[in-house]
Design a protein around this ligand. Structure first.
Ligand SMILES: Cc1cc2nc3c(=O)[nH]c(=O)nc-3n(C[C@H](O)[C@H](O)[C@H](O)COP(=O)(O)O)c2cc1C
Length: 188
């Protein structure tokens, strides 16, 4: 039996990413976000939804750029901390010992400790209610070569220890179950 709940956002698990923003070190900031996702493969596009009251909001709006940094179990503490503390009162890079790295295409910094950093340019901002949606083009992706499989050239995401977020709690990814299309393959 299923019980009816009032409407709410219950799509889980989600990533908890660290968004880095700002065009020079004096305004660099990090905001943790889970309202984030893929919009289109080609052209590559994604979104983040941010509440206007966040310290990061005017920085994102003015620069129209940000970096989505994937997070790992190792980065879980910093991910949570950057999601409960404000750049209004803290230098999150310094206090979490995170290193701003150079983006290839935009001014916003990457987070060097992240295994994968996605450079984004904002195309449109859509006010939705509690959150504004920043729709963005992906203009470059930086991947940590430690996770590059030398034989295949593929990025071995599973070795990065990626972090998942589900209904207020953080988790590792758990056991490998199957790869894309395995349900219809003979040699499972
Ligand atoms: C796991 C997690 C996910 C979050 N997702 C979002 C989000 O998608 N959008 C948002 O506006 N705030 C989100 N937050 C809250 C902000 O990260 C938090 O308010 C932060 O302190 C804002 O930082 P700032 O004031 O430096 O911008 C999330 C926090 C956590 C811990």
């Amino acid at each position: 039996m299923k019980i009816n709940w009032k409407p709410g956002t219950m799509i889980y698990p989600l990533p908890a990413v660290m968004i880095s923003c700002g065009s020079d070190p004096s305004e660099y900031n990090i905001i943790t976000a889970s309202w984030v996702g893929t919009l289109c493969t080609n052209p590559p596009m994604c979104y983040i939804s941010i509440r206007p009251e966040r310290h990061s909001y005017p920085i994102l709006k003015a620069n129209k750029e940000f970096v989505i940094n994937l997070t790992t179990e190792k980065l879980a503490y910093a991910t949570d901390w950057c999601g409960v503390k404000s750049g209004k009162d803290h230098n999150k890079f310094e206090e979490m010992n995170l290193t701003p790295g150079k983006s290839a295409v935009i001014k916003a910094p990457t987070i060097e400790e992240s295994p994968l950093s996605i450079e984004c340019k904002v195309k449109e901002i859509i006010p939705l209610g509690s959150h504004d949606m920043f729709i963005a083009d992906v203009v470059n992706v930086q991947a940590d070569s430690a996770y590059l499989n030398e034989e295949t050239g593929a990025f071995d995401m599973q070795n990065a220890g990626l972090l998942a977020y589900s209904h207020g709690k953080y988790y590792g990814l758990g056991e490998f179950i199957g790869k894309f299309g395995w349900s219809v393959k003979k040699d499972k």
